[in-house]
Design a protein around this ligand. Structure first.
Ligand code: NAD
Ligand code: DAU
Length: 349
């Protein structure tokens, strides 16, 4: 029986993946390993926490001893690794935390897998990564799987480093490694420090909507459920040692994206058209802010038949509806520790 260790399963993407796999594969045991940092929240999984094929283990991937013990005690057969410090702004303020979790933590998992699985076959280690490892694009072009790495923030440098480590364990020790590099995700349960839930929350409370610089940076947006579906597909059918790009085919300038949210929320909150756009406030830019990300996902499309299922406009309607219906979730996360971060981060901009 497969016993799949999913790291970071209490976070945004991880919780969608855990739910998908627990529901779709009752024959698998899904073990969710998470440190429960500010970004990890078990209420994200309250609907499946009692399922017989689901287990939660609280642990820090930076602790090699603890990780080795979990591999042994749980007889882990496969890994899908998502646990990470994931917010670019926080990496600019505290790079060390990103090296500890994203680099050291990934190496600890790779070492534990290598040693646990030595001499037996059929085990996969899937490392979930980001398109930010490829750097920043000008107005033209797309990241492909052969684009040279050029990480430019402490976050993307730490993720690039972990990608290299995963590949090194494939080439050196023959570990069955898979890597995917995905564009910006959005959807329910995303921590409200990230652009989309932050804007939705600020609109609810009629607070200023902070847009960095002139709002001209471009991101490619993907519905989180489509990312989880792609991971499921690659985990089961991807070729060992290969990398797959995942993207949403939905490039938008930040100011266009914020405008879309404003307009959809004017309608949903019965505010006169244009009201929310009046809250837009241009603030000091992010240091080293990458200008444009755009993903060529034709390899995944041609080889495994994956493509996004929702347009950005459709996904955004569903996303906004979820946050409006889950204001308690938002209020809980945006009070306390996060409130201090928010005030410090935006007060000088
Ligand atoms: P998130 O911040 O919402 O969740 C991260 C999870 O990891 C949290 O539950 C947290 O508690 C856990 N965690 C952090 N440090 C840990 C540690 N030391 N030990 C154990 N658990 C720890 O992140 P997310 O947005 O869901 O991203 C998940 C993964 O996907 C990350 O690896 C990220 O780099 C990658 N990714 C994210 C996006 C995106 O748009 N959010 C896009 C591409 C790739
Ligand atoms: O591309 C994939 C990456 O997408 C993931 O690897 C990261 O984990 C994820 O956080 C995300 O990184 P970004 O930096 O692109 O996401 P963020 O939501 O922080 O910002 C999106 C864009 O919006 C970016 O250009 C910065 C801008 N922004 C962000 C915030 C928080 C603003 O203009 N104002 C804000 O207040």
């Amino acid at each position: 029986m497969k016993k799949i260790l999913i790291t970071g399963g209490a976070g945004f993407i991880g919780s969608h993946l855990v739910r998908l796999l627990v529901n779709k594969y009752p024959q698998y045991q899904i073990i969710n390993l998470d440190k429960l940092t500010y970004a990890g929240n078990l209420t994200n999984l309250s609907d499946i926490e009692d399922r017989p094929n689901y287990t939660f283990v609280k642990a820090d991937i930076a602790d090699l001893g603890a990780i080795r013990t979990i591999f042994r005690e749980q007889a882990v057969s496969d890994v899908i690794h998502l646990a990470a410090e994931s917010h670019v702004d926080r990496s600019i303020e505290d790079p060390t935390a990103f090296v500890v979790t994203n680099v050291l933590g990934t190496v600890n998992l790779l070492i534990s897998a290598r040693d646990q699985w030595e001499g037996s076959g059929g085990h996969r280690f899937y490392h979930v990564s980001t398109d930010e490892v490829y750097g920043s694009l000008g107005e033209q072009g797309y990241f492909t799987e052969t684009t040279a790495y050029d990480p430019r923030s402490p976050y993307s440098a730490s993720k690039a480093s972990s990608d290299h480590m995963a590949r090194a364990f494939h080439h050196t020790y023959g570990l069955d490694i898979l890597i995917s590099n995905c564009s910006n995700n959005y959807g329910p349960n995303q921590f409200p420090e990230k652009l989309i839930p932050l804007i939705i929350n600020n609109i609810i409370h009629e607070r200023p909507l902070p847009v960095y610089g002139q709002g001209l940076n471009v991101r490619d947006w993907l519905w989180v459920g489509d990312h989880a579906a792609a991971i499921d597909l690659i985990f089961h059918r991807g070729k060992s040692g290969e990398t797959y790009n995942i993207g949403g085919n939905a490039e938008r300038k930040n100011i266009e994206l914020v405008g879309l949210i404003c307009d959809q929320m004017d309608r949903k909150l019965n505010r006169p058209q244009g009201t929310n756009r009046g809250l837009i406030t241009y603030v000091t830019d992010r240091l080293g802010h990458d200008m444009r990300y755009a993903i060529d996902f034709s390899k995944l499309n041609k080889q495994l038949g994956w493509s996004p299922s929702l347009t950005l406009e459709e996904g955004m309607e569903t996303t906004i509806d979820w946050y409006l219906a889950n204001r308690d979730w938002l209020n809980k996360l945006t009070s306390g520790e996060y409130l201090q971060y928010y005030q410090k981060h935006y007060s000088n901009r």
